[in-house]
Design a protein around this ligand. Structure first.
Ligand SMILES: Cc1cc2nc3c(=O)[nH]c(=O)nc-3n(C[C@H](O)[C@H](O)[C@H](O)COP(=O)(O)OP(=O)(O)OC[C@H]3O[C@@H](n4cnc5c(N)ncnc54)[C@H](O)[C@@H]3O)c2cc1C
Length: 432
């Protein structure tokens, strides 16, 4: 038994995406005996890096943007000793370009809650007025549901140049049909808190070196065990409890005090857990990575309207494009996608039109569709079985499917799984 471990009671965490890793690191740091079972050969799930032979470099499955208001994500990084691996923007400023008109602008928020930046035409989208921005005000207090188009005006230049890019990035769903409740949660956690909560944060040296590898190291140094290539095939339930985990080739009987956190994607959870409703409609994201040095002065993140490209990220030695809710182009062949996207990047950056080495990554089920109907299908962290808890960006956290939501759900599940284990409030408090 590892030092500081609470009895022999074990919490099994199924899935080592960020939700599972957040749950496991929280439990392990509180001294709970924790075992993580991951189906793939590596951890990270939908937020991971890997070596790409075509580019001869490590790439991320997709560009991930966080904002300084993502406090749960920052807490997790602090715990695993990786907070300094995020590159944080010096101010809440976002460069934009319009591919159709060639216009460029810089959205520059002030730090405090009162949005006086809106009074300065040089700090907002060109052609927009202060008054037009007020259309989004109801989102600061609206928590009822229905599609966003019923709550705010989803037409016109300000929508196209500000609200659509923001909500599309945060919800991975066409904003007009997105859940007002989720758009509102996004707004309250970011713009509604002022620029201090909106500084852009990027894992500039890769997702796995930032979010995943330090967590695996943390787990092994805290006595937790992580098993790879270990896919859960089924569970056995008796009398309102999970009593066994069925893996390929072996099964693990659960002791009467053991519990399980299922932190797999929703479509797998639906197969494993009879009767548990999960979101069942998903939106894809396309990422295009180009091995080419960004021109000098290229902003780290550029919002783009008027084309296929939505966000252009600049890294050392590469440029990378994100297209959210990518149904219109995700089925195009990769060559065609790379050429079309590169021609836009070449226009935006002034780099030669010849296509550099590239890699298209298609995540067809990147997140659940953030519509009111899908949001209503998200279960809470408790399950019908008293020793089994749910985690994942699709579990009901009130947030869209984001890193912040995934980590928060992992923490919630860890608290529930750990609650039965401790007599001492201090140990329980050690759970995030
Ligand atoms: C391309 C892309 C771009 C994104 N951009 C952003 C962004 O900019 N900002 C942001 O905040 N969020 C972004 N997200 C969302 C974010 O990545 C996810 O919300 C988060 O990674 C989900 O983590 P999770 O742990 O809930 O799920 P997952 O990452 O899906 O983890 C589930 C894990 O369970 C494992 N598993 C599956 N079945 C089994 C089984 N039977 N047994 C054992 N293990 C199993 C899987 O292999 C996986 O490791 C993006 C997502 C994608 C795909």
């Amino acid at each position: 038994m590892a030092p500081g471990v609470v009895g022999e009671r074990v919490v099994h965490v199924i899935g080592a995406g960020l939700a599972g890793l957040a749950a496991a690191t929280s439990l392990a740091s509180a001294g709970v005996k924790t075992m993580v079972h991951e189906a793939a050969g590596a951890a990270g799930g939908r937020c991971r890096s890997y070596f790409d032979a075509a580019l001869g470099a490590q790439i991320d499955n997709g560009n991930h943007l966080l904002l300084s208001g993502n406090e749960t994500a920052l807490d997790y990084l602090q715990r695993i000793g990786a907070r300094n691996r995020l590159a944080v923007g010096a101010e809440a400023a976002f460069d934009f370009a319009d591919l159709k008109t060639g216009e460029r602008w810089r959205l520059r928020l002030n730090d405090g809650r009162a949005p006086w930046w809106l009074l300065d035409p040089k700090r907002r989208a060109p052609g927009s007025s202060f008054v037009e921005h007020l259309a989004a005000l109801p989102l600061l207090w609206r928590s009822g549901d229905g599609p966003l188009a019923q709550t705010m005006n989803c037409d016109g230049p300000l929508y196209e140049r500000l609200w659509r890019p923001i909500f599309l990035a945060g919800l991975n769903t066409e904003p007009k049909v997105s859940s007002t409740r989720l758009a509102s949660a996004l707004m309250r956690g970011t713009l509604g808190r002022g620029g201090k909560a909106c500084r852009p944060m990027v894992a500039a040296n890769g997702l796995s070196p930032t979010f995943v590898d330090p967590a695996i190291k943390f787990l092994s140094s805290h006595g937790a065990r992580v098993f790879f290539d270990r896919r859960l095939r089924g569970l056995r339930f008796v009398g309102g409890r999970a009593v066994a985990l069925e893996f390929e080739g072996d099964s693990v009987a659960l002791g009467s005090e053991d519990s399980v956190i299922v932190a797999v994607p929703p479509w797998i959870a639906a197969e494993l857990l009879p009767g548990v409703e999960t979101p069942d409609a998903f939106n894809g994201i396309v990422n295009a990575h180009f091995r080419v040095a960004p021109p000098s002065g290229q902003p780290r993140i550029l919002g783009v309207v008027g084309g296929l490209t939505q966000w252009l990220f600049a890294y050392t030695g590469s440029l990378s494009v994100t297209i959210s809710d990518a149904a219109d182009c995700i089925d195009w062949n990769r060559e065609e996608l790379a050429r079309r996207i590169w021609s836009e990047v070449s226009t935006l950056t002034g780099l030669p039109a010849e296509l550099p080495p590239s890699r298209i990554v298609k995540e067809k089920r990147a997140t659940f569709a953030a519509t009111p109907e899908q949001d209503a299908k998200r279960p809470g962290a408790r399950s019908p079985w008293r020793n089994l808890f749910l985690a994942g960006d699709w579990v009901q956290t009130g947030l869209p499917a984001t890193i912040e939501g995934a980590i928060r759900s992992g923490y919630d599940a860890a608290k529930l799984a750990g609650a039965g284990l401790f007599e001492s409030g201090a140990q329980l408090a050690a759970l995030a």
